[in-house]
Design a protein around this ligand. Structure first.
Ligand code: ADP
Ligand code: MG
Length: 277
């Protein structure tokens, strides 16, 4: 596999869409794994109490395990709660446990409650520019958000520079997107001026239906500069992989889903130029 060029500084990518089931987690873990296979050093931060990204990366996320919760609520440093993914080299994960469900409420009374994750990333020794963080730095941090626009997603939007929005190619795809974009604009105006929607990824695309083609066309009209050329096809192999504690990148690397995620990852890496990080 041809390696992708390393960015000069860690790119922090927030994978968000308050709609559930659109492919946030699937896209997070597969693009992260694909980038790792392309020679990038990648950290996935699981910010969904369901811990689906943790499952797919083979990370223990039973209640009580050191996790995103400890980093957000107790200020435990992120490098103490990250562990290597089981199946892929160069890939690490901060797991989420169900404790994180309480963080949404526990954080309300905490000082600077919306910038807890930002602070945790800023103080990580391997996150930053080549000069700050050296050769062992992370090239990418992917933050897998829960399906809501609450305090957890807000923490991610304050911590990141790029937003990746997975959109499922189905009838109601664009519904609710306005609310997400408004939230992003609000965060950009008040809390994190460098935030941009850098990437839109069309997922679960069924090329045989006119509906999917129509949705894809509409998304491309709205977000000409952000939509990846690659779409992710609906594929059973993609949905099976997590039950084996794997991403489809190792579960069935030659399947259409894996090949598409590899292509999408390559596009993400090559679009680094010009993206604030
Ligand atoms: P989200 O994180 O946005 O809630 P998920 O990534 O968990 O969404 O995906 C929702 C469901 O759809 C999961 O069961 C997942 O396995 C399945 N899925 C996601 N992408 C695909 C795909 N390309 N083909 C088939 N199933 C998919
Ligand atoms: Mg998810």
């Amino acid at each position: 596999r041809v390696a992708a060029p390393r960015p000069g500084a860690t790119r922090v990518v927030v994978v968000a869409n308050q709609k559930g089931g659109v492919g946030k987690t699937t896209s997070t873990v597969n693009i992260a794994a694909a980038l790792a296979q392309l020679g990038q050093r990648v950290l996935v931060v699981d910010l969904d109490p369901q811990g689906n990204a943790s499952t797919a990366l083979g990370a223990d996320h039973r209640r009580g395990v050191a996790s995103t919760y400890d980093a957000l609520v107790d200020g435990t440093s992120l490098d103490k709660v990250a562990s290597p993914a089981t199946e892929v080299e160069n890939l690490w994960v901060v797991p989420a446990t169900i404790d994180l469900a309480g963080a949404e409420i526990e954080l309300v009374s905490v000082v600077a409650r919306e910038s807890r994750l930002s602070k945790a990333l800023a103080t990580h020794p391997l996150i930053g520019t080549a000069e700050q963080a050296g050769e062992d730095r992370f090239d990418y941090v992917f933050i897998d958000c829960p399906p809501s626009l609450g305090l957890l997603t807000l923490n991610a939007l304050v911590a990141g520079a790029e937003v990746m929005i997975p959109i499922q190619a189905e009838y109601y795809a664009l519904e609710g997107l306005g609310q997400l974009l408004e939230t992003i604009d609000m965060v950009k105006a008040h809390l994190n001026p460098r935030l941009e929607v850098s990437t839109i990824l069309i997922t679960m695309y069924d090329a045989r239906t006119r509906l999917a083609a129509g949705v894809a066309e509409e998304v491309r009209e709205h977000f000409a500069d952000q939509v990846l050329n690659t779409t992710i096809p609906r594929s059973v192999r993609v949905s099976e992989a997590p039950s084996y504690g794997q991403t489809v990148m190792t579960y069935d690397p030659a399947s259409p889903g894996a090949l598409s995620y590899l292509e999408a990852a390559r596009e993400v890496a090559l679009r680094a130029v010009g993206v604030a990080s």
